[in-house]
Design a protein around this ligand. Structure first.
Ligand SMILES: Cc1cc2nc3c(=O)[nH]c(=O)nc-3n(C[C@H](O)[C@H](O)[C@H](O)COP(=O)(O)O)c2cc1C
Length: 226
């Protein structure tokens, strides 16, 4: 009998369809599909995703608005809004989550941070019936970031102008992805595509493809838990 396909969810945050970041996201999706994954791409800008977590999505709110308490209540009562429920179901269905974005202020664009704020729901992924980290809901799944930068590779080394890339990514790796249970795969980063020649950009896209071929074949990270 055939092994069931793995599922990958790519959440992409770039406002320009012609950007290098968008091209590398498409290349990643193609390579994952080639390796047998069912791939869902969520393009936050194209979809007009609303990134602001506020009280309106939980109305009626009784008493002071406590966002995580309201998330827990919405999970319990089945009243999460349609957009959050849909994205949460995509997260729960995916064996691999890829967050694809340009580095903005040494972090992710606000629209993607707001996707985390609203979709990483307390009570559904952690807290409530779940714990944190290796007791959270996404234990056994993998997640990673796919990034472009303005700065060069040298500037993101420990003695470089900015410092080590891993230091900038720790709030995403530890504070968001591991927090809800994921095993975090090494980041795939293209440094300074805007400063490359066309030939260099083509070669950089090939490097991204090679990374995702290896990821798609399960050659990166530890064994996946049942
Ligand atoms: C609001 C904003 C903040 C940025 N912050 C950073 C930064 O902190 N570090 C960096 O290396 N580049 C930064 N950049 C540059 C982008 O990372 C860079 O233009 C992008 O990754 C290049 O890929 P693209 O051509 O696909 O957009 C920033 C760009 C914008 C618009």
């Amino acid at each position: 009998m055939d092994t069931p396909s793995k599922t990958a969810l790519i959440v992409h945050a770039h406002p320009e369809p012609g950007a290098f970041a968008t091209a590398q996201m498409r290349a990643a999706a193609e390579e994952l599909r080639r390796s047998g994954h069912v791939v869902e791409v969520v393009d936050l800008y194209a979809d007009g995703w609303s990134p602001v977590l506020d009280r309106h999505e939980f109305e009626p709110v009784r008493g002071p608005f406590k966002p995580q308490a309201e998330q827990m209540r919405a999970v319990r009562e089945g009243t999460l809004t349609g957009d959050v429920r849909t994205h949460l179901d995509s997260v729960l269905a995916a064996d691999l989550l890829v967050l694809s974005f340009p580095l903005w202020w040494f972090s992710m664009p606000a629209i993607l941070k707001g996707w985390i704020d609203r979709t990483f729901v307390m009570g559904a992924l952690f807290g409530g019936d779940f714990g944190l980290f290796d007791r959270a809901a996404l234990r056994g799944r993998r997640a990673m970031v796919l990034v472009t930068t303005g700065g060069s590779a040298e500037s993101f080394t420990p003695g470089g102008a900015f410092g080590a890339m891993d230091d900038f990514l720790v709030h995403i790796h530890r504070g968001m992805l591991e927090f809800v249970g994921y095993e975090v795969l090494p980041p795939v980063v293209t440094y300074g595509p805007a400063h490359m020649t066309d030939a260099e950009r083509r070669s950089a896209l090939e490097t991204v493809r090679e990374s995702f071929t290896a990821i798609g074949k399960g050659l990166v990270g530890g064994p996946v838990l049942a």
